[in-house]
Design a protein around this ligand. Sequence first.
Ligand SMILES: [Mg+2]
Length: 205
Amino acid sequence: MSDFTVSEAMAWIKASAAVLDREAAHLSDLDAAIGDGDHGANMKRGFLAVEKKLDGTAPADLGALFKTVGMTLLSTVGGASGPLYGGFFLEIGKRGAGQSAWDAATLAEMLKAGLGDIVKRGKAELGDKTMVDALTPATEAMTGDLAAATAAAAKAARAAATATAPLLARKGRASYLGERSIGHEDPGANSLALLLETLADTCKG
Ligand SMILES: [Mg+2]
């Protein structure tokens, strides 16, 4: 697969809805340990709403598609992750307006722009035990063609999500727990890793 087009983007988002449906209980268990236990249900609800919204539609370009994803997540996910994931996809939609194909380097730039929006909204820094910890190394790992770049991103995100366990949470509800947040993986870093693993799966060709 050479370029990331509307058809790959649609496949990614639909597959993500299925993955989040399957992994909702696990994500909520992670959130129950250091938050309020709703992250899996929230992400599942959001992506199933996105899938429904996109069903039977043919977005004009990547910008239009990701704008729809962002708007829908913003209005359905709720919690702290709604605005963060919504803003992430909205930023990608804004940057991608009118574009119908991205090579691997452009996809990496889009994900970096989305990360920039998350950082701006959430004010999280690397090591705060958030989704930023997974997304930052993932975007930096993206080299080579689309299959290689997305596989590297997925691998980096998963490793980083696992590596959030020993960290002290400094953002969000988990930060109220202080030292007790140590020893649990961050649920947002995990949902991010799931999305990037699904992206890699979609792009492996
Ligand atoms: Mg929660």
